[in-house]
Ligand binder design. Structure first.
Ligand code: UT7
Length: 401
């Protein structure tokens, strides 16, 4: 697949999604041309970024670099690190906590074990471990990090942001940062935020962390939720990309449906139900999930968003070298894989080892892919996520090392 193919399809999408005139949209579905750009005058800056470089145009921000690519393609993943607590909770351990069985858990979820923190170990502790792993692998020092984004639903505290705590723990004295909260989709959403800081030229080294200590919000008397979740996650450093060969992001697509918020939520402890003895007695500070409803959403919307992303890039499942899906349930992954027409050899599955670590699953899956030698330079990688919100997302990237 060439960069041009991607660029053209992005143009088609922009025309349709930004509600240009029918005439323009019609033209764009066949081919995006200068003719279209002229008509879309209000959207021209976007189009100039996505279109080929015009070195004579002073408003063309890509002209000086001579690069012919989308904004996303100006950024890549430079390294991946992980932070996982050593303690393992086996399915046989879950059998001692709730009425369940190793067989049921494996058959219904694919999970064999999950990692759980020791008391006192926090999200920022694991985040700092993942951060240093990624920083070392990129050949950087903490002082090189300019921005830290932590995707988490289990911050150390409601405030300050966990990003500030990680910044202090690793000594990233030149970094600012913030947290991003969208549960299991968090790492994918945070990656695009990081990419945009790099693509605009604002920063060169952005640390994106996806980390959750799910054991801090899980009710270990609720067999429907406690068997699924584990603690841990990882980090990636987003850096400038010089060319598609260097590795780069190609496209992102997201959706949220807030009408499904109640199906996966922590009802107590926020501004709706501030903590009281009553909220604690009613166990409202724990994660609540309607498993079958979320399962249905996941099996429908996760593959759908992948297909939409592939289609708008003129791709099919056959073009994908590696699929890195959110690890929520092996049956959800398999249903997405079937829909995309992918063989399982092209899919990263590590839910058996980690369970569902919420924002942690994608960096952990990337790390597994790297360690298993499943990623090589030039591979086209498709990411997919879904979770509370309800939310879903997909991303395409060219792997660079
Ligand atoms: O990443 C965050 C997003 N979350 C998800 O993606 C989770 C999506 N949902 C799921 O993965 C699945 O719905 C679960 C794994 C949570 C549950 O599996 P299921 O196949 O949907 O089970 P179910 O809730 O429909 O329950 C089927 C049966 C019920 O028994 P009866 O009524 O048929 O007798 C449950 O009570 O399985 C029972 N059950 C269990 N049995 C043994 C539910 N949980 C357990 C358990 N062990 N842990």
């Amino acid at each position: 697949m060439s960069a041009l193919k991607t660029t053209q399809s992005l143009l088609e999408y922009q025309c349709a999604s930004f509600q240009c005139t029918t005439q323009c949209t019609t033209q764009c579905t066949t081919q995006c041309t200068t003719q279209c750009t002229t008509q879309c005058t209000t959207r021209r800056p976007w189009r100039k970024i996505l279109n080929t470089t015009d070195p004579t145009d002073p408003t063309d921000s890509t002209a000086s670099t001579g690069l012919n690519k989308s904004r996303f393609a100006l950024a890549r993943i430079g390294s991946v690190g992980i932070g996982v607590p050593p303690r393992v909770l086996l399915n046989s351990d879950m059998e001692k906590l709730v009425e369940t069985s190793d067989q049921w858990i494996q058959e219904r979820t694919g999970i064999k074990q999950r990692h759980i923190v020791d008391p006192g170990v926090t999200c920022s502790d694991l985040g700092a471990i993942a951060a240093m792993d990624a920083i070392n692998k990129a050949g950087l020092t903490p002082a090189d990090i300019e921005l830290i984004i932590v995707a988490t639903s289990t911050p150390d505290m409601m405030l300050p942001a966990t990003a500030c705590l990680v910044q202090n723990k690793i000594g990233a004295k030149n970094a600012w940062g913030f947290d991003l909260s969208i549960a299991c989709s968090g790492f994918l959403y945070a990656m695009q935020v990081g990419v945009q800081f790099v693509a605009t030229g604002a920063h060169k080294n952005v640390l994106v962390i996806g980390m959750d200590v799910m054991s801090s919000i899980i009710d270990y008397t609720d067999r429907q939720t406690c068997i699924i979740f584990g603690d841990g996650g990882g980090a990636a450093i987003i850096q400038p990309s010089a060319s598609e060969e260097d590795g780069c992001f190609l496209d992102f697509l997201y959706e949220v449906d807030g009408s499904g918020g109640d199906y996966l939520c922590i009802p107590g402890g926020g501004s709706l139900h501030p903590p009281t003895h009553e909220t604690i007695d009613n166990r409202m500070h724990y994660l609540k999930q309607d498993g079958p409803v979320v399962f249905k959403f996941a099996t429908k919307r996760m593959p759908e968003i992948c297909v939409r992303l592939l289609q708008r890039n003129n791709l099919t499942g056959a073009d994908i070298d590696l699929f890195v899906p959110h690890q929520a349930n092996l049956r959800i992954i398999k249903s997405a894989v079937d829909r995309l027409g992918l063989p399982m050899e092209k899919v990263i599955v590590n839910i058996d080892q980690y369970g569902n670590t919420t924002a942690g699953t994608l960096p952990l899956a990337l790390d597994s892919a790297i360690k298993q030698g499943r990623l090589k330079k030039g591979d086209l990688v498709l990411f997919a996520a879904m979770g509370a919100g309800l939310s879903a997302g997909a991303a395409l990237m060219r792997w660079g090392y």
